[in-house]
Design a protein around this ligand. Sequence first.
Ligand code: HEM
Ligand SMILES: [Fe+2]
Length: 790
Amino acid sequence: MKKILDKIVLFFFTIAVGLLFALGAANNKARTTHKYGVGGAGQLRIVDDPAFPEHEFFQAGRTFPVLLRHGTVTFEDDAAMDIRSASIKFLDKQSETALDLIMNTGPRTFLNAINFWQFTMASISGREEGEPVSSKGLEAFLKENPVFEKIFATSLRRSPDSFAQLYYYSKLVNYFKAKDGKIRYVKYRLIPESGLESGIPSAKDMETPWLQKRLDSENRPIDYLRAEYVERASQQEIIYKLQLRLQENVEDNKERIFSQEEDWDESTSPWLDLATVAIDRALSSDETEKLHFNIGNQPDSLGIVEGESISDPNSINSIRTRVYKWASSVRFFIYWLTEKFDKSKPAFSYYGEAGRDLPRFDFTRPLPSSVQPTGKYFAQLGLRVLPFANVIPPIISERIGFSAMPGKHAAEWMPANLTRCHPDKFSDAFFVERRLNGFNPGKLNRVAGQDWQYAISYNTGRYKLEPGGLLPKFIEARFVLDGENLQVHSIKFELGEEIATHFPGDLNWEWSKRLFRSAEFVYQEIQTHLGRTHMNMDQYAMAFYRNVKNNPIRQLLEPHLEGLLNINKRGAALIIGNTGFLPEASALTPESVFEVLKDEVKELSYKWSPVVQALPDRIVNNYFDRAALCTWSLLEEYVGQFFEENRQGIREHWQEIEDMSRDLIVHSILPPEKGSLAIAGIEDLRQLCIYVIYHSTFFHSWVNGKQYEDGGDVDYAAIGLWDKGDRSYNQNTVDEKQEAQVKLMWQLANVHYNPIMEVGPVALKNLFWKYRDRIEPGIPLEWIMTSINI
Ligand code: HEM
Ligand SMILES: [Fe+2]
């Protein structure tokens, strides 16, 4: 009778826990515990010479595709002291689950269901603001329960180096039904191939296991651990060893086998190698979130041991197997609901693989209607592009003069540009002036211990060139500071086998300047224009469109993102891609163009300001820094004011920012040592908004709008230089490439759609107007557009 009663109590207890966690899942729109995680996919191979008894499922040499998820139990902050997890899903040939193993750090867990319930209640009661776990409640509970305190403390890891450097245990007891028919019990663990473990808490931490927050000395980003895993998976296979240990089924020893008060004895139950797990790719955030594990997913030859009562250690198993099912059903119901009613996420889907490919809109898909270009945009584009589109019948085009424009004489017919209008475009003074204020600004670096004080260098050695292409492996222009004037000192370059340094007046001085201008052009287009503005902003636009609906920052950012995804989808193919302008006209191969681009985006984070690159000395004609710093500070004022006025609303809809942050983190290709794109608080969000508006307005307008000034004249700057002595040299192709350059530069620089001073928000217009004297010598106000749309 007591047995039946115990089972009934356990049943109702399970329902209570189930409700608690199902509600948690509904509330969180995600897992109630282990919410923050990262996933991977790969292969598992059972060892060839098992030391365990022959088993039907774990056959020697058998392989399974596997999915794996690592998580942190409660803290979003990866630097906290918390329990970490590893869950592995073994898939069968039909890609169905064959076995789930769910493991956490630390060899032991809750003593039984009562202990679990008390712990849960203690850790949620009396939580203070910003605490995912009540440190007070936990402290009181642990002090009353010294046995569990030890179990808990030994499961914690403080800011580990990697999810791939931890030991994870299944902790509870499962059946192992070998071919010999004997019943045995099994526990599992997953360990790094190297055996090295990280994140073991200090003695001081072990004394106060309820103080889990990050240490003051810690300055890594909150998602460093997840980011590290994605980066690691992109570099090499991540290898783990899966192990098991067994106990014979001896009736009078069962209590000790099941107990969590003590772990199994290493001498009677050693760890035996079970399999090698090799993870070869990281999962996207969507793939990771949609994983679901359950300890009940096991073949008949394995399986959980069910508990008899709430004080039985195996009651944890009984509860979990049911609760996991309910909690993940609720979670999936919520996913279904949100995807059904919120069509925007699937509409804005990312291209390629998270953390590996550029984080951008999937340009192979149609553009969602909310971001389709307007009629006004098409009209303005048409004004600039139409003359070059081959749509006008020759009979008309001859009349209106277009037909004479193509071919090698294109330049003669094209409107003049700045360099053609300069009395001496090849003078050294103009050379310096354009390095300060031309289409690729912000590249001068202060150097110490040399005859020159400033240098700009470009390194192309790593990249591949087309046959006959002339692009120095390395080129550096050096400048001396004379009072408040900058003068060119020399240019050093390495071209093919030749390493040379030329000075003003040398025989080859003009040639070295031309080489430099060509290298600069390549980097201006790929790194500065495409990388820093178009592709860099794409990742913010995606995270924004997917998640921000009701948060007031929508009003702030939306106008500055108009047109971006459209031009990146349509225009990128025009410029990169196999037949794009850059691979065609420059000396770099298509693959190299893409590599330069990706290498640049890998360096970029919104935790930046133009102060870091402004020249430390005053230079009279340094108009760029003055304008850049001024724009940044006026944006600080503008965005600061907006945040003041909307603080309440921003907080109310903070969940959207958390979701945005998650998308940014997971898709970012920033290596962990460069920080993270996580938005950890309102300050971060403010900085992100300033950064996005700065690049979408001022910075893009500068680097895009000035392309024709420098690149509209092939005698002055050609994006590709070609060796006349090379077998592949062909004058006609070179002419075509140069013609394409001039036309494209003209189009890109002249579509002036939505200047801020015409359509921008009033507060922003006023600030630009107020500070025009500091911005204008660098760029006319009417050239500053509201967004990146060409
Ligand atoms: C009665 C005790 C427990 C309850 C009620 C419980 C409940 C839950 C719930 C509701 C989830 C979220 C599942 C989902 O949404 O898919 C979860 C996840 C998880 N639990 Fe437990 N849990 C318990 C004990 C344990 C123990 C002892 C371990 C360690 C061996 C553990 C390891 C995990 C792991 C690793 C995950 C994350 C799985 C993933 O990556 O998706 N849990 N748990
Ligand atoms: Fe552009």
